[in-house]
Design a protein around this ligand. Structure first.
Ligand SMILES: Nc1nc2c(c(=O)[nH]1)N[C@H]1C(S)=C(S)[C@@H](COP(=O)(O)OP(=O)(O)OC[C@H]3O[C@@H](n4cnc5c(=O)[nH]c(N)nc54)[C@H](O)[C@@H]3O)O[C@H]1N2
Ligand SMILES: Nc1nc2c(c(=O)[nH]1)N[C@H]1C(S)=C(S)[C@@H](COP(=O)(O)OP(=O)(O)OC[C@H]3O[C@@H](n4cnc5c(=O)[nH]c(N)nc54)[C@H](O)[C@@H]3O)O[C@H]1N2
Ligand code: SF4
Ligand SMILES: [Mo]
Length: 684
């Protein structure tokens, strides 16, 4: 054992934040005598700039949390009840292998992995796990829960997501936060936007909610949820009508301008204002600002694509920088994601060749409730890691009924006894970022990041990679890839471009073009035509309109459904949580208080809702109780429940997904429509 000698040195271990956040910060883990004392942000890594968000600044509180899962557990109570007994790893692995083997022999598609971005590490994400499931021939998972609509809209318009370098943000003179609450979800980008503001930039927020970000911008356009595609068309209308476009750029580097002009002509500001629930003057003035300011940057995030027309919304927004030639400036253009810069060898990580010619079915994670309740070709085993579907998937009624099936064999790899772990047959304790090795591909900056283990695993926790290694060996899988160490996997992931050991020693490595390059100044888009595709044959091939269009929300405030459920509910991320992670960290939960519903004073008055009292929020899918916060942060007709709470930590054991739908998916990308959700509210 290490001594407690005060003279023993504090070691500084280089890590990378694993969370699903664009900033992927460089961590410094301060370790003394094998204990992590604190985690700080590196000042040498430009995007991190020495600062962490409040959540990860408390990473040690999460890691050493008294409720960390430290041993394998077997269920002794009913499904969902959360009663378990401790077992050995040997017993756990053998039991799982014994349960999976006959299913694998009979029909491996009965087995489904369910995972998302609890860690964005490539090693603890999809490496050993997918090798394991590919060897089995298990059902594949369509990982659609977050970005797939926006990704698809971006793809058909601009190609892969090579967003502008966030380190140039302070040079922009106009920054439009479009469906992005950066103070919450990308605080390092926000810090740079603040600097731009100090240097004279105008900041605009397009968001139905006066978020922490919107309130600090010069202008806030509070449109109705799901109407962004119309707003973008309205801006195009004015830009073209008033000749504010960059004709040279349009001629050289875009496809289909004449058809776009015809389409945009249909969306005059009066019509668009009515669709979006804003004024024509707001559209006119934003178009003029955008058409006359350089460099102009759109910071789009994923908030506007969680509605039926989410793909189209992203597509229309992505057309704007080409129209005004904003791509000519290194600090201009659009930043949705920088993921397209990184050349990761996915096949080496996941080894799809192990499928050996089989083509298993694919199950959409966003409709997991439907999938678990299906009678035909049922799913009989579910292995969950890096995700908390019982809390985060839409349409909780179906999801919980599916997870409650007594005949479903469920294994959950977790740090904590989450809502999902409560439904497990076996819970396996996983290591956190401080305890394992990884390499992280970011989506908000240009650095590939390495994570060194800083402390030994707590209790009997094991890395995901090791758990799947053990399972593979117990199942008798012979491929040598199941003996790969985590270092070998990390190197395989990045082998084409980098030496992992060098990245590991440095902590990070910048990739992509040299700084200050305006990547698309001379076109070179990775679309079929090499141009920005205002007209997209690929979209047409997918059965979609080849041109930008307006797709109304499924649950439109002007629809028949709205007579019974007149309020549009959105449930975007709370600042002190990361999706459903950190909700169980006491200090962070205390900062959020409790599950609130923000409601406009007029909507509250019309329903006799009093600030601070509980209300019932409901639709045909379900009902939940929240505490009312009467505030004009929520625009008229929109209610906001910041999320994602653990169901079991809420007073009625439910969260916002009790009300969200899994019947409607997005126009592109098969994603959920979390923010396309009509409700009614009544005082309790
Ligand atoms: N603190 C914190 N940070 C996070 C997360 C977290 O939970 N907490 N989650 C992480 C993850 S997984 C993701 S995907 C990103 C998400 O981060 P963002 O992409 O920024 O997305 P959201 O926070 O979902 O939404 C941003 C804003 O979009 C607004 N919005 C909702 N509907 C609409 C609409 O129809 N149109 C427009 N224009 N705006 C709309 C919301 O009110 C919200 O203020 O953040 C990541 N970072
Ligand atoms: N109503 C509503 N629902 C939403 C959203 C919303 O805005 N509103 N946002 C959606 C979005 S954008 C997303 S991305 C999803 C997010 O959904 P998820 O990806 O499920 O994210 P988390 O809720 O953070 O759950 C991740 C879990 O992984 C665990 N974990 C972390 N690291 C490891 C590890 O190394 N090993 C193992 N075994 N486990 C680990 C954490 O403890 C945590 O419980 O939620 C979606 N759901
Ligand atoms: S969650 Fe985001 S802002 Fe916070 S430390 Fe991680 S990468 Fe940085
Ligand atoms: Mo997400």
């Amino acid at each position: 054992m290490a001594s407690n000698d005060a003279a023993s040195p504090v070691m500084m271990i280089k890590g990378a934040c694993p969370h699903d956040c664009p900033d992927t910060c460089a961590l410094e883990v301060h370790v003394k005598d094998g204990v992590a004392l604190k985690v700080t942000g590196s000042s040498l890594h430009a995007p991190t700039a020495g600062v962490l968000c409040t959540k990860v600044a408390r990473y040690t509180e999460r890691t050493y949390h008294p409720n960390r899962l430290l041993h394998p557990l077997r269920r002794v109570g009913k499904k969902g009840e959360g009663r378990f007994e401790r077992i050995s790893w040997e017993d756990a692995i053998q039991t799982i292998a014994r349960r999976l083997a006959p299913m694998a022999a009979q029909n491996p598609e009965q087995i489904l992995p369910y995972s998302y971005a609890g860690t964005m590490g490539l090693v603890q994400g999809e490496s050993m796990s997918m090798r394991f499931f590919h060897t089995l021939g298990a059902s594949l998972l369509d990982r659609t829960i977050c970005t797939s609509a926006g990704t698809a809209g971006h793809e058909i318009t601009l190609g892969s997501r090579i967003g502008i370098d966030m380190e140039l943000t302070d040079e922009a003179k106009l920054i439009i936060f479009w469906g992005s609450n950066a103070i919450t979800s990308s605080v390092h980008f926000w810090a740079r936007a603040q600097q731009a503001k100090r240097l004279g930039a105008k900041l605009i927020a397009i968001d139905p909610y006066r978020s922490l970000t919107a309130e600090k911008c010069h202008t806030h356009i509070a449109l109705l949820p799901g109407t962004d595609s119309a707003l973008a068309l309205g801006l195009m209308h004015v830009l073209i009508r008033d000749n504010l476009i960059d004709r040279d750029y349009v001629e050289r580097h875009t496809l289909g301008f004449e058809s776009l002009r015809e389409r945009a002509r249909l969306y005059d500001p009066g019509k668009v204002a009515a669709l979006c629930g804003i004024t024509a003057a707001e559209i006119e003035s934003l178009a003029h600002l955008y058409g006359t300011t350089r460099p102009a940057l759109i910071r789009a995030n994923y908030g506007m694509q969680r509605v039926r027309g989410g793909g189209m919304a992203t597509r229309n927004i992505a057309c704007l920088p080409a129209l005004v030639g904003a791509f000519r400036d290194a600090a201009g253009g659009i930043l949705l994601s920088t993921g397209g810069n990184f050349n990761v060898d996915d096949d080496a990580l996941k080894r799809p060749d192990l499928l050996a010619g089989r083509r298993p079915r694919t199950i959409n994670m966003s409709t997991i409730g439907h999938a678990l309740l299906a009678k035909d070709a049922p799913i009989n085993a579910l292995i969950v890691y890096n995700s908390n579907p019982v809390a985060v998937a839409p349409d909780s009624t179906r999801v919980t009924r599916g997870f409650a099936r007594e005949d479903l064999f469920t294994v959950v790899l977790e740090h904590f006894q989450t809502d999902t772990a409560d439904y497990a047959d076996m819970v396996l304790p996983a290591t956190t970022q401080l305890e394992h090795l990884d390499v992280v591909k970011p989506y908000g900056h240009y650095y590939i990041m390495a994570n060194n283990p800083a402390i030994a695993p707590l209790g009997e926790a094991k890395p995901n990679s090791e758990i799947f290694r053990l399972l593979a060996h117990a199942m008798g899988f012979a491929d040598p890839c199941f003996s790969d160490s985590d270092e070998t996997i990390a190197q395989a992931a990045v082998s084409t471009d980098w030496d992992f050991n060098a990245v590991r020693a440095a902590g990070w490595k910048r990739v992509g073009l040299p700084k200050r390059t305006a990547r698309f100044a001379d076109g070179g888009f990775d679309t079929p035509s090499g141009k920005v595709e205002f007209y997209s044959s690929r979209a047409q091939g997918l059965g979609l309109d080849p041109l930008p269009d307006y797709i109304a929300p499924q649950e439109d405030t002007r629809s028949q459904t709205a007579t019974r459920f007149p309020l549009a509910m959105i449930s975007p991320p709370a600042r002190n949580f990361l999706n459903s992670s950190f909700v169980n960290v006491q200090s962070l939960r205390a900062s959020e208080g409790e599950p609130w519903l923000d409601i406009h004073p007029d909507d509250a008055a019309a329903r006799g809702v009093v600030a601070g009292n509980y209300v019932r929020v409901f639709n045909d899918r379900g009902s939940l109780e929240l505490r009312a916060r009467v505030t004009d942060r929520a625009r008229l007709g929109v209610v906001v429940g910041l999320s994602i709470w653990w169901r079991k930590l809420a007073r009625d054991g439910k969260n916002a997904n009790e009300l969200t739908s899994s019947d409607t998916l997005t126009d592109m990308g098969r994603a959920p429509t979390f923010y396309d959700c009509l409700v009614q509210v009544e005082a309790l």
